[in-house]
Design a protein around this ligand. Structure first.
Ligand code: UFG
Length: 343
């Protein structure tokens, strides 16, 4: 079976490609390398021992996408490609709506033309907006607080409408919590463009001496130590979740939504302390004001994925941070200036 993976060179996409190949699927990658490195393709070859077909294509280019479907007999699609920086989406809403939504419409039109109606879609826990009941179940009321979040929410609705119009469509909407870590080989991982927005790449870059210190966004939340609490999930567990969701779309029709998280919440201070414990590297930090748009606590109720996909996250926080650090150290320019533990 051949699976088209859009954004297959990206952070979650590349880890999912490894799982697909190791489970015996043929994979075709479509990526424009806007937010990923073509070198990932070589690393995927090293990890899997397979030559993976890939296309450097922008999904907004419908003719090119048509060509991919003409040249390959695609059975299903896993759709990761999209812009994902919250702050940038606030600054450039039209760019985000156009890129994320138009590209998905084009993808679905081409899929429809070729009779391919099975898709796993990268959604996000951001679609729960500022929900106040935790843990978040798939039935929690939805909302968004920025254009990036709205694109995910709108696309979820578009997939539901598509299935209403034609019940042969089979769709899994995967709401990711906070993916972190890297492949245990250290060969693939997260490559944030400039200064990272997310906590763990920021911490690993501080540890590597690339950034001076971590800014903790607020310690006056209603949490055990006042810092924000999130559901961090190892990217390899997340990738396996895609395999389970793919099995489901290949054998069912309908639209199913799943939270992919561990169901456990950790604070920013937990992350700093666990990172220091597993790596022996001290993380200097200062507490500054809250980041606009952040919620205090977000973690998943994972019952549905467990019951329907027979999937649970296996790796713990220590694995995630150890693998993230292993990956960072392979990125070169690592000064490790803070080898003294906090007293
Ligand atoms: N944080 C800091 N300092 C930093 C970065 C983050 O203190 O430099 C804190 C945040 O305030 C938050 C926690 O670390 O409490 C996690 O922040 P991230 O930016 O790593 O992750 P978010 O939960 O804010 O965002 C993630 C994804 C988004 C997605 C969102 C909801 O990055 O794409 O989860 O699912 F929309």
């Amino acid at each position: 079976m051949a699976i088209l993976v859009t954004g297959g060179a990206g952070f979650i996409g590349s880890h999912t490609v490894v799982q697909l190949i190791q489970s015996g699927f043929d994979v075709v990658i479509l990526d424009n390398f806007l937010n990923s490195d073509p070198e990932v393709l070589n690393q995927l070859h090293t990890i899997t021992g397979k030559e993976i077909k890939s296309y450097n294509i922008n999904l907004l280019d419908k003719e090119k996408v048509q060509e991919v479907f003409c040249e390959n007999s695609i059975d299903a699609v896993i759709h990761f490609a999209g812009l994902k920086a919250v702050g940038e989406s606030v600054a450039k809403p039209l760019h985000y709506y156009h890129n994320n939504i138009t590209s998905t419409l084009i993808l679905c039109e081409v899929m429809k033309d070729h009779g391919v109606k099975k898709i796993v879609f990268s959604s996000s826990a951001t679609v729960y907006g500022a929900a106040n009941k935790i843990p978040l179940t798939e039935d929690t009321p939805l909302g968004a607080t920025n254009p990036y979040g709205w694109t995910k929410l709108m696309l979820e609705q578009i997939f539901k409408d598509l299935h209403t119009s034609d019940n042969e469509w089979s769709v899994a909407l995967l709401r990711y919590f906070n993916p972190v870590g890297a492949h245990t080989s250290g060969l693939i991982g997260e490559k944030p463009g400039e200064i990272p927005n997310n906590l763990t790449p920021y911490i690993t870059q501080v540890a590597a001496g690339k950034l001076d210190k971590l800014r903790v966004f607020g310690n006056d939340y209603d949490t055990k130590d006042g810092t924000g609490v999130r559901d961090y999930i190892h990217v390899e567990d997340l990738a396996i979740g895609h395999l389970r969701a793919l099995d489901r779309v290949l054998t069912n029709t309908g639209v199913d939504t799943y939270n992919l998280g561990t169901g456990k919440g950790f604070s920013v201070m937990d992350i700093i302390q666990t990172f220091e414990k597993v790596t022996g590297v001290y993380i200097p930090y200062e507490v500054i004001e809250r980041r606009p748009g952040d919620v205090a606590v977000s973690y998943a109720d994972t019952t549905k994925a467990k019951q329907e996909l027979r999937w649970v996250a296996e790796k713990g926080l220590e694995d995630m941070l150890r693998d993230a650090w292993k990956w960072e150290q392979k990125q070169g320019k690592c000064f490790v200036p803070h080898l003294v533990k906090r007293t």
